[in-house]
Unconditional design. Structure first.
Ligand code: HEM
Length: 412
């Protein structure tokens, strides 16, 4: 079995090794590549919207009670599956059908592994292998890692064969995502093709490729789907914001396809997305090991090797920093005039500094396309008030007592 993916090989490698790897991987997230993903985001977004159609009709096969209330988990699961399909397609160039089936248990495996990573973040002793081996999570961890390992290994091998063939025939990409586009070949490699090139130069082994692909999909799917599910909850409990966003969507979109231009033109969409990430930051805390003594104030030193937690969740809700609406869903926080005077380091959904999220733009594009696809056609309500919500915080922020949180979906 390969390196245990829950260690997130790239995310947690230290120092120079991380610097090199980040430099190697940055090009896969360049704008030209991301723009080329729009047709994929649109297609999967349409399938996701179709799922909402089923929910809106009150299909008894889903978790809907007689009032046509849909449990939060059902919506979260659909979004999670759609994001996983997008992540597999854009990262490894492979088409999956997770929105409809999960015969091999891959969706479940990713979910469970992310949960275990989360537990390890607030129980750091479990990061020590001998201790972890004694915990009851270990067996589950091994089982699901093996499953993902097999899934990824198979795809990586298949893709590697195709890639080698294409290299021999001087073709740059085996699928037709770029047919008719002007994206130049060098910039249009997806993640896996890019790392095949690195492997060719001896910079990565096949095992590295499998580990990096697994962890990239894991990092992408859980974060984006959780953010989007939480944002839907915000909008469902703020019909005025939802209505305003729907107006913007109606005024902006011409055809069925959402383009990058549409996304860039929707300013309120951007405010809403940022506000969701502020009030409900998917990654609610950042963990750091101090590499050198540094001063917080003149007389307050944080010594080398201290383990620190940056509490994003509470920084994002601090009235001293955000004003009287700090604990409300209030997209006006992100009006240009309000944002201009603010210290940028009080808004940390994707972290800041050297180790900021490599997938931030990818996430925003994907989440926005999915959100627009949903709200263009459906209106969402909920039975909860945001103020009453409680959260479980690990690597990712989760709603507590999900079984009591419901949506109602109706066709617009
Ligand atoms: C809404 C979605 C996302 C959020 C809120 C988010 C947030 C974050 C945050 C806060 C970090 C810094 C973690 C730390 O240093 O402790 C991070 C790092 C990272 N994220 Fe994301 N992320 C998202 C989506 C993605 C996606 C889609 C990908 C990949 C396609 C991705 C890949 C990564 C990687 C590889 C790192 C490590 C970067 C490094 O150490 O240089 N993330 N993310």
């Amino acid at each position: 079995m390969g390196q245990n993916i829950i260690t997130f090989p790239f995310l947690f490698v230290p120092g120079q090794k991380w610097k090199n790897r980040r430099k190697q991987l940055n090009p896969t997230f360049n704008l030209a590549n991301l723009v080329s993903f729009f047709p994929i985001f649109n297609t999967i977004g349409n399938s996701l919207a179709d799922k909402f159609d089923v929910l809106a009709k009150g299909n008894k096969d889903v978790d809907s009670d007689h009032d046509n209330q849909i449990n939060y988990k059902t919506i979260e699961d659909f979004i999670n599956r759609a994001v996983l399909v997008a992540a597999c397609r854009t990262t490894m160039g492979t088409t999956t059908n997770f929105l409809d089936t999960d015969d091999e248990g891959i969706v479940e495996a990713y979910k469970v592994l992310f949960k275990i990573s989360s537990v390890k973040s607030y129980k750091p002793w479990l990061q020590l292998k001998p201790i972890f081996k004694m915990s009851k999570l270990y067996k589950i961890d091994v089982k699901y890692n093996e499953l993902i390992d097999m899934f990824v290994k198979k795809i990586v091998n298949e893709k590697n064969e195709i890639w080698k063939e294409n290299r021999e025939n001087n073709k740059s990409r085996e699928d037709d995502d770029f047919e008719g586009t002007t994206v130049p070949p060098v910039t249009r490699r997806n993640f896996i093709e890019h790392i095949f090139h690195l492997a060719e130069n001896g910079e990565l082994t096949m095992q590295d490729i499998e580990d990096e692909s697994s962890s990239m999909i894991l990092a992408a799917s859980e974060t984006v789907s959780n953010s989007l599910s939480l944002l839907l909850l915000c909008l469902a409990s703020h019909p005025d914001c939802q209505h305003k966003l729907q107006q913007e969507i109606d005024e902006t979109l011409n055809g069925a396809e959402i383009t990058i231009g549409d996304i860039q033109n929707m300013k309120y969409l951007d405010m809403v997305m940022n506000e969701g990430l502020r009030l409900m930051p998917t990654i609610p805390m950042l963990l750091r090991n101090v590499s050198d003594d540094f001063y917080l104030q003149k007389d307050v030193v944080v010594p080398k090797d201290t383990f620190i937690i940056i509490d994003t969740f509470h920084i994002h809700r601090d009235r001293k920093l955000w004003g009287p609406h700090a604990e409300d869903f209030y997209p006006e926080h992100f009006l240009p005039e309000n944002a201009a005077s603010r210290n940028p380091f009080i808004f940390l959904p994707f972290c800041r500094g050297l180790r900021f999220c490599i997938g931030w733009r990818y996430s925003l594009f994907l989440a926005k396309v999915f959100l627009v696809k949903i709200l263009r056609n459906y209106h969402i309500e909920t039975n909860v008030r945001l103020k009453d919500l409680k959260f479980i915080s690990g690597i990712s922020l989760k709603v507590k007592d999900k079984k009591n949180v419901h949506f109602t979906v109706s066709k617009r």
